[in-house]
Design a protein around this ligand. Structure first.
Ligand SMILES: Cc1ncc(COP(=O)(O)O)c(C=O)c1O
Length: 412
């Protein structure tokens, strides 16, 4: 098979040239980076934006009247605008900068939960959630005397939708669900879930940490109430995330943290709060990284979400076909509709050993529970080996992965 001829219109080599970290060897082998669901590598434009900010515009935002403060504020607000377009939000005021998807989900659990959840209410999550979309809801339920309900999943790693419909009752106040699973790769029928939850009177919080790098997101079309994701999984810096919330909801929930920026007026007797989104952005934000995040989104948009998705789909299909031919390998997560995430186990081998052996081949894969311990329990596993694709991965790299596994398992 001529792997080069199989590439679609994405010029992968041109893309790769823009990611400095990809051009290194590990233990003398060229790096193959397949840990993209954990974090992606950063293109040069993101690194340049970070350096440029610190070299030229470094100042605190929203407070100063000097030139640098103006430039920093303008650049930060430009990112908000870019994020708004990226997820098709109606207003920039609906875009809150957080430190990541985890922080965004915690914000909703805390603020919305404080305002609207009472004893006897129910919150629905699914069995495939990342810990970031489990623990905040457990904490909320515990604090309020509410109940956590869990949508079961099938052996292929898909939500059992009739079970979801049965769980939905007048007691359900929140449905918190991942758009795409970080371990199984499953893309959930999120629009259908949102419509059903709304029909039952519940709001929906979408964990889009794994969807944002791979799927076009339109919060208005989805009609989700909240949606969270992290910059570092979409080629941006660490320490930045986005929480989208419908304006009307954000207006009606209390602030998450108190401090500078989130206030209108403070007296020793009390405080009035700033407008949205600033009401939810207490303290100095992660200015440099938020500004550089814009370069990451621009980079993705320039490449084109449809082109990226098509390329990653090709990698996924090839990986599935090749890995399926290896005798001792068991794929975990075989839903027909998936992002480029492949998890597997190998008979008679511990996942950590496989991870270390792949590392020795220069292949960065993830080994462990993937922050989805309940999912591991569902499949009777302690952990899996996970490879996850980004726009810069190639079919040749997948072929090398398959060859490395064949060698490790003595099938070649
Ligand atoms: C599905 C999902 N949700 C939430 C998170 C948490 O993201 P972060 O650690 O960037 O806050 C992750 C990270 O791996 C994830 O995969």
């Amino acid at each position: 098979m001529n792997l080069t001829l199989q590439q679609n219109e994405l010029d992968v080599q041109k893309i790769r040239a823009q990611f400095p970290a990809l051009h290194q060897t590990v233990y003398g082998k060229p790096l193959i980076y397949f840990d993209n669901a954990a974090t992606t590598q950063k293109p040069q434009v993101v690194l340049d934006a970070l350096l440029h900010y610190y070299q030229h515009d470094n100042a605190n935002v929203h407070r100063g009247i000097h030139a640098l403060a103006d430039r920093a504020t303008e650049a930060l607000e430009a990112t908000r605008k870019t994020v708004q377009r990226f997820i098709h939000a109606a207003e920039t005021t609906e875009i809150i900068f957080t430190s990541g998807a985890t922080a965004g989900i915690n914000l909703v659990a805390s603020s919305y939960g404080q305002q609207f959840i009472q004893a006897g209410d129910e919150v629905i999550i699914s069995h495939m959630e990342h810990h970031a979309n489990i623990v905040p809801w457990q904490m909320l339920c515990q604090a309020k005397g509410a109940q956590l309900r869990v949508i079961p999943i099938s052996d292929t790693g898909e939500l059992i939708m009739p079970a979801f419909e049965e769980l939905l009752t007048a007691r359900t106040k929140i449905v918190a669900i991942t758009y795409a699973s970080n371990t199984l790769g499953t893309i959930n029928p999120i629009k259908e879930i949102i419509a059903k939850a709304h029909a039952s009177g519940a709001i929906v919080v979408v964990d889009a940490a794994q969807a944002a790098p791979h799927l076009a997101i339109d919060v208005q079309d989805l009609d989700c109430d909240f949606l969270a994701f992290s910059a570092h999984k979409v080629y941006g810096p660490t320490g930045v995330g986005v929480l989208y919330g419908k304006g009307a909801l954000l207006e009606h929930i209390p602030p998450y943290q108190g401090g500078g920026e989130m206030i209108k007026e403070v007296t020793l007797e009390g405080t009035t709060y700033n407008e949205i989104p600033y009401k939810f952005e207490a303290g100095t934000p992660n200015i440099a990284d938020i500004i550089a995040f814009r370069a990451a989104l621009a980079f993705m948009q320039a490449t084109g979400q449809a082109t990226i998705s098509k390329h990653e789909e090709q990698l996924l299909t090839y990986a599935n076909n090749q890995l399926n031919q290896l005798k001792k390998l068991r794929l975990i997560g075989t839903a027909p509709c998936k992002i480029g995430v492949v998890s597997f186990t190998i008979a008679d081998m511990h996942h950590l050993d496989v991870g270390m052996l792949l590392d020795a081949h220069g292949i960065a894969a993830r080994s462990g529970h993937g922050c989805t311990q309940p999912l591991m329990q569902r499949f009777g596993l302690e952990g899996v080996i996970r490879v996850s694709f980004a726009m810069y991965n190639t079919l040749e790299e997948v072929a090398q992965l398959v060859a490395a596994i064949a060698k490790i398992t003595r099938q070649s």
